[in-house]
Write a protein that binds this ligand. Structure first.
Ligand code: BGC
Length: 756
């Protein structure tokens, strides 16, 4: 019988070892194993060929089974089903010379079959417990189906709504982004990677992927170090501090060198400065793409990537295909190859795969643990928290369950669009449409009249591009016929609900757009519907901030629903009919005009700051649009209202090792119970480098009954005031600070203290 890793484990007395064993034991095990590996087998560990159904770039891999047998594969990804995973694992364990198990990854980005809101929506909950729980459920379901490694969390900070992948991140703020990064890592890994229902996180896309020039995907990034460290690095670092097991290098350049081959980034920053000790995988064809970046041929860029600190090659076949030759030619070293191989083996060890390669292949789990009633309940609850009420003039919302409700719009009756972009494991045929959700909610108390009203947009080809991956929804009737049908039912109704905005593939990877207003056909229909003079509610689906100027002017109630996941339809009904009171707050500014982008609430004053929200010659403003967003960071209404008292500070002086407390009393002044996200911002008034006009430094969710009030306390210490100065030292500087607490970034109470 062939000697496999099982035999090796027994020999070393590790048959019952767990990944919790000490580093010494892991080192001994891996030293022994590596002593038996050929160069080809070591390079095989660095290879992550494609297997799933999704292909996004120029994938190079083929002959997967044969390569597994030959020890030329380290892992596979986006393969669904514990049985299929087990079959390939069996080939690795039983038919390859050393029987080293494979690692199985997947883009489990916002849930598995139970799908949670897209990350941008999820971030608008500001609810770290909910976010952690969503990742925990995702891990439970994915591991029940064979997956032990997820390409998530995506923690790229983004200030530019043109970039389609803003949908996959947590918005514009590094402080909030860091808390979410930690919550996601905790949720996936639960501090115990060997458990059969946790999986390894992969923090992506390292680094700065969210800042491409002009918001165009994959485009050049060029940024000062000072800005990187203060605004863009914190969430990546927070994920590292939370114990994330792996990172993914981003497609873009950083300081002129693609991240995939950037030694400063992958080794100096990630490993030396932050102490990361896991492994780094390239993004899809990331190594191969360095050829087009002008870094050399495949052999050259593969050696460059390895030397930079990249350990695993996603589908370029660069490391496995060229490093042996590079070693002979002295372009790479055995030590670099060994180091990368060791890091992959360590990840497998930590996941307990050497102990039991089939740990995540228990085919009985799927039926019991995936898309369960309980998971769906959680997804529905969390989706309800993610919606942001942008406007509610005349308290149109919540609707009463009575009379006739006209439900109109291209997103009202689509199932496939509900889970949103990057939901690889979704089973959309099981998810409800908005029509079904609202009908279920009203029962026989009210009548839901449905008409599509219009296509997503007039241009059929543009719609095909925007609804790929099985999410097509084009209606071949004429525009006039569809509109006439919608107006006819709207005339009969007491209230109109319009479900429109973007289709799910209008955001996400390679979905950058410069026209981020309501698409033409929908806008024209809305104009006609508004003319009827009936109460009208817009349910705005989108994977990004859209420009909603006209809608804000003409539509009394707007609920931003993002893409809420598998249970979105019921969650929307919960909020529309008031069973759930909206509490979501924006984590990204909604601009007034695409020309304002990139934008952030946390900007730096120029020497000529604007004093008023109007054009003033020789101030830093536009002639034709204000500097302010339409809806600011942190903004979101409720069905109730909250008032804030002035801030009281426990002292106006803070010492370097002391702390002070900032308190406000928040009062529910409206007519129902509601949850408010109380936000703390701080401004460093004088610094050795210019400091933002405000930075989020804390937040608390409080639930208050009608008429109830509570005191919300934030503790401020010198650590909270630290930033990277011009020399990239992490310091706080004595002087005056402004502390602001409020309901959103543009509506705050303020007080001052000094750091001594
Ligand atoms: C994306 C990554 C993703 C990878 C694997 C790439 O195109 O940029 O976010 O994890 O594909 O599917």
């Amino acid at each position: 019988m062939k000697k496999t890793i099982w035999g090796l484990a027994l020999l070393l007395g590790l048959a019952s070892c767990s990944g919790n064993k000490t580093n010494n034991e892991m080192d001994a095990f891996i030293n022994d194993l590596m002593g038996k590996m050929t160069l080809e087998e070591k390079l095989g560990q660095l290879n992550l060929p494609v297997t799933g159904d999704i292909v996004t770039g120029a994938a190079q891999s083929s002959n997967v089974a044969e390569n597994i047998r030959a020890g030329r594969v380290g892992g596979l990804f986006n393969l669904k089903g514990a049985g299929r995973v087990a079959e390939l694992q069996r080939i690795a364990v039983e038919e390859s010379r050393l029987g080293i198990p494979l690692i199985f990854g997947m883009d489990v980005i916002h849930g598995y079959e139970t799908v949670f809101p897209i990350p941008l929506g999820l971030s608008c909950t500001w609810d770290m417990e909910a976010i952690e729980r969503s990742a925990q459920i995702a891990a439970q379901e994915a591991t029940a189906d064979g997956i032990c490694w997820t390409f998530s969390p995506m923690v790229d900070i983004c200030h530019d709504a043109r970039w389609g992948r803003i949908s996959e991140g947590n918005g514009e703020d590094p402080f909030l982004g860091s808390r979410i990064a930690e919550a996601m890592v905790r949720g996936y890994q639960q501090g115990d990677l060997t458990s059969a229902n946790t999986m390894m996180a992969c923090v992506k896309h390292f680094a700065l992927y969210g800042a491409p020039e002009a918001g165009r995907d994959y485009n050049t990034v060029d940024m000062s170090l000072w800005r990187m460290y203060n605004e863009y690095f914190p969430p990546y670092k927070a994920a590292c501090d939370a114990g994330a097991g792996s990172y993914m290098a981003s497609f873009n350049i950083v300081n002129g060198v693609p991240a995939t081959g950037n030694r400063w980034l992958l080794t100096d920053v990630l490993r030396k400065q932050w102490g990361f000790d896991g492994f780094v995988v390239s993004d899809y064809t990331g190594i191969y793409e360095m050829i087009a970046h002008g870094m050399g041929d495949l052999k050259e860029v593969s050696a460059l990537a390895l030397h930079a600190g990249l350990d695993m090659d996603m589908v370029s076949d660069g490391l496995v295909g060229t490093l042996a030759e590079s070693l002979k030619e002295g372009r790479t070293t055995q030590a670099d190859i060994d180091q990368a191989c060791r890091r992959i083996l360590e990840a497998k060890y930590k996941l307990g795969l050497f102990e039991d390669p089939y740990r995540y292949c228990d085919t009985t789990r799927y039926a019991k643990e995936v898309y369960t009633e309980e998971n769906r309940r959680e997804a529905r609850r969390i989706a309800g928290e993610s919606f942001v009420l942008l406007k509610n003039e005349g308290d149109i919302l919540p609707l009463k369950r009575q009379g006739k409700i006209a439900l109109i719009g291209p997103l009202a009756n689509t199932r496939a669009n509900m889970p949103g972009t990057w939901s690889v494991a979704a089973t959309s045929e099981r998810y409800s449409t908005v029509v079904e959700g609202l009908k279920r909610a009203v029962g026989d108390k009210a009548q839901i009249l449905y008409a599509k009203g219009c296509n997503l947009m007039y241009d059929a080809q543009a719609e095909a591009d925007a609804t790929m991956f099985g999410r097509e929804m084009r209606d071949n009737r004429s525009d006039a016929a569809m509109r006439a049908e919608a107006l006819a039912i709207a005339r009969q109704a007491n209230v109109i609900v319009f479900a429109g905005g973007e289709a799910s593939e209008m955001a996400g990877e390679c979905s950058s757009r410069v026209g981020i207003e309501m698409p033409d056909a929908q806008h024209d229909l809305l104009v006609e519907l508004v003319k009827l003079g009936k109460p009208i509610v817009l349910l705005n689906f989108s994977g990004r901030p859209m420009i909603l100027n006209w809608e804000t002017e003409h539509i009394p109630a707007i609920l931003e629903v993002w893409f809420g996941g598998s249970e979105a339809a019921d969650a929307i009904a919960d909020v529309v009919f008031g069973d759930v009171v909206p509490s979501g707050k924006l984590t990204t500014s909604f601009p007034r005009h695409v020309g304002q982008l990139p934008m952030s609430y946390s900007y730096y004053n120029t020497g000529r700051p604007v004093q008023a929200d109007a054009f003033v010659k020789f101030q830093s403003c536009y002639m034709d649009v204000s500097n302010t967003p339409l809806y600011p960071f942190g903004y979101g209404l409720s069905y109730t209202t909250f008032s804030y008292s002035p801030i009281t500070l426990s002292s106006n002086e803070l010492t370097k090792d002391g702390e002070i407390e900032a308190k406000v009393t928040v009062n529910n002044t409206g007519k129902c119970e509601g949850t408010e996200v109380v936000q703390l911002y701080i401004r460093d008034l004088v610094g050795s480098v210019t400091r933002p006009v405000k930075e989020l430094k804390g937040f608390k969710r409080v639930t208050l009954k009608e008429g109830e009030s509570c005191v919300v306390t934030f503790t401020i210490d010198a650590d909270l005031l630290k930033f990277y100065n011009g020399e990239l030292e992490y310091v706080c500087e004595p002087g005056e600070f402004e502390v602001m607490i409020g309901t959103n970034s543009a509506d705050v109470q303020s007080a001052k203290f000094a750091l001594k």
